[in-house]
Design a protein around this ligand. Structure first.
Ligand code: PEP
Ligand code: MN
Length: 350
């Protein structure tokens, strides 16, 4: 439920509403807006019942939010009228996603060696992208496939950050290794296979770090929003509550020529339903390097707030996902096209 206060409501009236919410055993969220304040209610598992608020001084009206996701929903956040949440990572105002900023994350699927990750990092940096991706703990379909360099990989990512200033995005595989990962990463990536690992979502939320949450390969848009709500609610009203970036990475369909089917629909639909930034992963979305640029451009045109793209200094020798990885030259060419398209769709690529 959302309680809209009158424009002239006093601080004492707002506090009285909060106290009534707490007395009912629920959690109030005060959201000051341009002209009036709204107070959101979470923690109720069903309808609040007989209206305890309408008669209170200063209350203008109530809006019922019946969905299982609230903190991430657009309608719940009347304080954000006409704008989206912008997630900034670290002190650089250009290392950001959302509210007009198209953020670029690029790098290899997996960290493989010092030479590989530094070459990738320098190539990514040259295009102006602010984020380096690279998996150190890889959730692979086969237990015999390359599983990542683990902590050694994290150390190499930290070295690449020191060398280039790029922010590090890396995947968290489980709650056991999360504390180690959180020591190195700037953005914690929750992969498709973990989107509904609810203990992991809560633990990732509790770190307070920015999160890149990927859509599960068979998850609906609504399930993705519920997963984001797990993260937001586990850091409710703390700094970083809104530091969640959603990612469409393709879903499983009957098609077999492409690795997945990039769901372009999800981008405008998510942007209508949530205030959080929504980015695209065209690499996993289609799985074919030569087709990745088309999908990246389509995602920008559809309103995406950024992209995460696999780039490898030598795709043919990659230990994972080489077939969908762009060479540094192909990535350069793609970024040049994205920069041309961005102003037409009211986006800025720093
Ligand atoms: C990845 O980013 O390399 C990855 C494993 O992605 P996803 O979780 O989307 O499959
Ligand atoms: Mn990959």
């Amino acid at each position: 439920m959302l309680i809209l206060m009158e424009n002239q409501a006093t601080e004492a009236q707002i506090q009285a509403v909060c106290q009534r919410i707490e007395a009912l055993g629920f959690n109030p969220h005060v959201m000051p807006g341009a002209t009036s304040t709204a107070v959101g209610v979470t923690g109720n598992t069903g309808p609040i019942g007989e209206d305890p608020f309408t008669a209170m001084p200063g209350v203008a009206r109530l809006i019922t939010v019946t969905r299982g996701f609230k903190l991430v929903s657009r309608e719940f956040r009347s304080d954000l009228v006409g704008r989206d949440t912008r997630v900034q990572v670290g002190p650089d105002p250009d290392a950001a996603f959302g509210n007009g900023t198209f953020g670029l994350i690029a790098g290899p699927c997996s960290v493989e060696s010092q030479e590989q990750i530094l070459a990738a990092a320098h190539a990514v940096k040259r295009t102006g992208a602010r984020f380096l991706r690279g998996g150190a703990f890889k959730p692979r379909t086969s237990p015999y496939a390359f599983q990542g360099l683990k902590e050694d990989g994290l150390k190499l990512l930290a070295e690449a950050r020191d060398a280039t200033g790029l922010r590090i995005v890396t995947e968290v595989k489980d709650t056991e290794t999360l504390p180690m990962l959180a020591d190195y990463a700037d953005v914690l990536q929750v992969g498709a296979r973990n989107m509904q690992n609810f203990s992991l979502l809560e633990a990732v939320g509790a770190t307070g770090k920015p999160v890149l949450l990927k859509r599960g390969m068979s998850a609906t848009i609504t399930e993705l929003l519920h997963a984001a709500e797990y993260i937001a609610s586990s850091r409710r009203d703390q700094p970083g509550q809104d530091d969640i970036i959603l990612c469409e990475r393709g879903i499983r369909t009957f098609e077999t020529i492409t690795r997945n089917t990039f769901d372009i629909n999800a981008i405008p639909v998510l942007k209508r339903m949530t205030h959080l930034p929504v980015i695209a992963d065209p690499s996993h979305g289609i799985g074919i390097a030569s087709d990745v640029p088309a999908i990246a451009l389509a995602a920008l045109a559809a309103g995406a707030d950024g992209a995460i793209i696999e780039v490898h200094p030598d795709p043919a020798r990659a230990l994972s996902d080489g077939a969908q990885s762009l060479s540094p030259e192909a990535f350069d060419a793609l970024v040049a096209k994205l920069r041309q398209l961005a102003p037409i769709v009211d986006k800025n690529i720093p």
